[in-house]
Design a protein around this ligand. Structure first.
Ligand SMILES: [Zn+2]
Length: 87
């Protein structure tokens, strides 16, 4: 799973573990659960003024990589350090 460690915020050239074709990954970015919880807390604490700060700083986004050929989920990356991978 050498490619998973290189997985980041951008598209990646990989050999898909599902269909075994070389492909460029499609990346979908979405906020992590922690971001929603923290965002909600910050919103409440600042009366809704600063909740957006949590989402602005990208740290709490999760980047999911999918195969362009077979649309399989290949792996994910987040800057909080949680990296998972489908074999
Ligand atoms: Zn594939």
């Amino acid at each position: 799973m050498a490619f998973s460690t290189a997985m980041g915020q951008r598209e990646l050239l990989v050999v898909c573990p599902k269909c075994e074709r070389p492909t460029r990954t499609m990346v979908y970015k979405h906020p992590t659960t922690a971001a929603w919880i923290l965002g909600a807390c910050v919103c409440v604490l600042t009366l809704g003024l600063c909740g957006w700060v949590v989402f602005k700083y990208g740290k709490f986004y999760y980047y999911a990589h999918f195969c362009r050929e077979c649309k399989s989920f290949i792996g994910g990356f987040s800057r909080q350090g949680e990296i998972d991978c489908v074999k």
